[in-house]
Design a protein around this ligand. Structure first.
Ligand SMILES: [Zn+2]
Length: 114
């Protein structure tokens, strides 16, 4: 596992993490959220760096999930958008030709200055 995705140690109520700008930091566990996608069971966690205030989102493997839960972080469960199930399977992926047609149609739409 890459170090940048892993909180590398825990004290009670404190999560040691890695900020891309500031390096090794400590974040209060109240300021860390573990997110779990219900359908894929994929976990990520997010925190705001107390030094530079930038948000970071990292993947969380099972070991990290265990550590974060032990530290008492908040847990959010989220679902993939329902629209993903509504998409007809015969639709082709959007390609450059489709994009060109889309922009041509959009360019014909009336605007306030026309
Ligand atoms: Zn930072």
């Amino acid at each position: 596992m890459r170090r940048g995705n892993r909180p590398f140690g825990m004290l009670r109520g404190v999560v040691r993490a890695f900020c891309p700008d500031c390096g090794d930091i400590e974040v209060r566990s109240d300021d860390v959220t573990l997110r779990r996608c219900v359908e894929t069971r994929h976990h990520t966690f997010r925190f705001r760096c107390p030094v530079c205030s930038m948000w970071s989102i990292k993947d969380a493997g099972s070991g990290v999930v265990t550590l974060l839960l032990r530290a008492g972080v908040h847990v959010e469960h989220w679902n993939l958008p329902l629209e993903l199930r509504e998409r007809p399977e015969h639709d082709r992926p959007i390609d450059h030709a489709y994009q060109d047609r889309y922009y041509a149609v959009v360019a014909q739409l009336p605007t306030l200055d026309r």
